[in-house]
Unconditional design. Structure first.
Length: 101
């Protein structure tokens, strides 16, 4: 192997190593971000549990509100589905009219 081939091989290996390290650093940053978010969520859960344990009579309100929101969400999904059906019918009619012309 010539000196030139050796240098070229080393540059290529260094390039691959740099890319691998950069990729690993990006993954570590992403994992750290997820971990930070998980810690924040855990703290929030701990606060909710502590509030429920401290004042169990007040835990009904958040649960009731959650159910209300779930019901509203289901209603919104139904309305979106109905709206999608209307749009699909309109598009079908438009295609039909365009084909006739």
């Amino acid at each position: 192997m010539s000196n030139r081939d050796y240098r070229k091989s080393n540059r290529l290996a260094a390039k691959h190593l740099k890319e691998s390290v950069s990729s690993l650093v990006a993954e570590i940053r992403e994992v750290r971000g997820r971990l930070k978010l998980a810690k924040l969520q855990l703290e929030e859960i701990k606060e909710v549990v502590a509030a429920i344990e401290h004042k169990p009579e007040q835990s009904v309100k958040p649960i009731r509100r959650l159910r209300e929101l779930e019901n509203q969400n289901a209603e919104l999904k139904e309305r979106l589905s109905q709206g999608k059906n209307v749009i699909d019918r309109l598009l079908s009619q438009i295609k039909y009219i365009e084909q006739r012309n």
